[in-house]
Structures are given as C-alpha cells and as structure tokens.
Write a protein that binds this ligand. Structure first.
Ligand SMILES: Nc1nc2c(ncn2[C@@H]2O[C@H](COP(=O)(O)OP(=O)(O)OP(=O)(O)O)[C@@H](O)[C@H]2O)c(=O)[nH]1
Ligand SMILES: [Mg+2]
Length: 229
C-alpha cells in the first residue's frame, strides 16, 4: 500500500551557525535532522533541495568541503544540520581526527537529534566505509533512515541492484531493517517523501509534548511527600 504523507511546508530556512564541535552547537530547544555520509555524496545539495533554497548550504565538487557542523533553522521551530563527510583521505590528519570526533560526539550526545539521514551513493555497489558507518549508527542506537542519492545519474536497474546488495549486507544487524528513501538533488526526486519523514517525526514530537502537558494539568491524587503541617 502507498504511504500518504502530510508535507512540511517550509516557509523559512535560515543559516544559524557553523560549530566546530558539540559544545559550540546552539541550545537543544529545537528538534534536529542531520545529514551524514561519505564526502561528496550530496549532503549539502540534499539539504538545499529539501529547504527549497539553492546556496543555503555550500555545495562543492571538492570532496571534504563541509568541515563544520552547519546548522539551519527551518520555520523557526526545527533544524536541518549539514555534517562534515567521512572517508575523505586528503584532509589533514589532525583535521580528519578532529572532525570525525566532533561528528561522532554530535551523533552520540545531541539530545535533540531526532533523526539522521544516512546518505549513500545509489550508483555504487556497497562500500566498506558506508557499511562500517551504518554499523556504528546501529551500535550507538542513533535513529536513522538510509537515503540513496544522485538517482538522476544511475539507471534504475543498477540502483535497485545496489540498494538490494546494501540491504543484504546490513540485514544481520537489525530485527526490522531501516527505512530506505532515494533522492536526486538535481531533479527534486524524493523531496516529498523525505519531507514526509520529517513531518511524521515532528507530529510525533508534538503529540508527545501535548500529552506531557496534559499530564501536568491533571491534579495529583496524593501529594508527593508527607506534609509537615
Ligand atoms: N547529478 C547529481 N549531482 C549531485 C547530486 N547531489 C549532489 N551532486 C553533486 O555532487 C557534488 C558534491 O555535492 P555536495 O552536496 O557538496 O556533497 P557533500 O556530501 O555535502 O560533500 P562534502 O561537504 O564534501 O562532504 C557536487 O558537485 C554536486 O553538484 C545529485 O542528486 N545529482
Ligand atoms: Mg557538504
């Protein structure tokens, strides 16, 4: 059965800050959705495509271009986060270590991180580095959706083969496999579905917080502790 999504309507997307590490990130008051994946996989491009604003996050043909945790506030109430890529060998060794550590800390400890979009190139067979990274996400209980990118460059049959092969390689790590989406920042393919994923998460968060609010309003039957008077 086809899933129906109610779509997040993006009315504003504003650059918030570039943080070199977790401590420099802004307060944790807004839900965040982060993009991670190999250098050059298309993280910044996908962020721009979803936000509907070319040039919001900087795109480059040079792998390893995004070096900081770039944070964007959408509709003043949630955030998109463009993370530095992994697996770019030519970044200076100390930089590589530092950025990997910053990304790992962000993914492990950011309490307002709702969901990670783990990007994989749809045109390539499963790569060890992507498999290792997905395993790391599973081991650290980071919630994620797999997003196969650059679908405009790949014949559909090749893409299907690559996705199926990737899913076989990771199948042993889950009881229920992660959701899979595909996208092209070039054509806009996948925008509706990915915004639908974000919308589902935001709806669930809203429901949780209104439930918590209601519970606060219900008078407690008994005081929490004995009163001294
Ligand atoms: N054909 C095609 N090219 C894309 C797509 N998405 C990104 N690109 C190109 O891929 C290159 C890298 O894109 P970025 O969005 O900068 O990739 P990134 O993952 O943010 O890269 P780093 O910041 O270096 O880790 C650029 O030349 C983009 O124009 C896509 O969907 N289709
Ligand atoms: Mg980038």
């Amino acid at each position: 059965m086809r899933r129906e999504f109610s779509i997040v309507n993006i009315s504003s997307a504003i650059f918030d800050c570039s943080a070199p590490d977790l401590d420099s990130c802004p307060d944790e008051s807004l839900p965040e959705f982060a993009f991670i994946g190999r250098s050059n996989v298309g993280k910044s491009s996908l962020l721009n495509m979803l936000a509907g604003e070319q040039g919001l996050a900087r795109v480059s043909t040079t792998p390893g271009f995004t070096k900081l945790i770039n944070i964007f506030t959408v509709n003043k109430c949630w955030r998109l986060v463009d993370l530095p890529g992994y697996g770019f060998a030519h970044v200076a060794r100390e930089h590589k270590a530092r950025f990997n550590k910053a990304v790992a800390e962000y993914l492990e400890h950011r309490t307002n991180l709702c969901l990670v979009f783990a990007l994989i190139e749809s045109g390539v067979a499963p790569q060890a580095i992507d498999l290792e990274f997905v395993e790391w996400l599973v081991r650290h209980s980071v919630p994620f959706v797999l997003v196969f990118t650059k679908t405009d460059k790949v014949p559909p049959a090749t893409m299907e083969t690559n996705i199926a092969a990737f899913m076989v390689r990771i199948s042993a790590w889950f009881e229920k496999p992660p959701s899979v989406c595909t996208c092209s920042a070039e054509t806009g393919q996948g925008r509706r579905e990915l915004l639908g994923v974000i919308d589902e998460q935001l709806t669930a968060i809203n429901a949780q917080s209104s439930q918590a609010h209601q519970q606060e309003k219900i008078p407690k039957r008994r005081p929490d502790r004995n009163r001294p008077w």
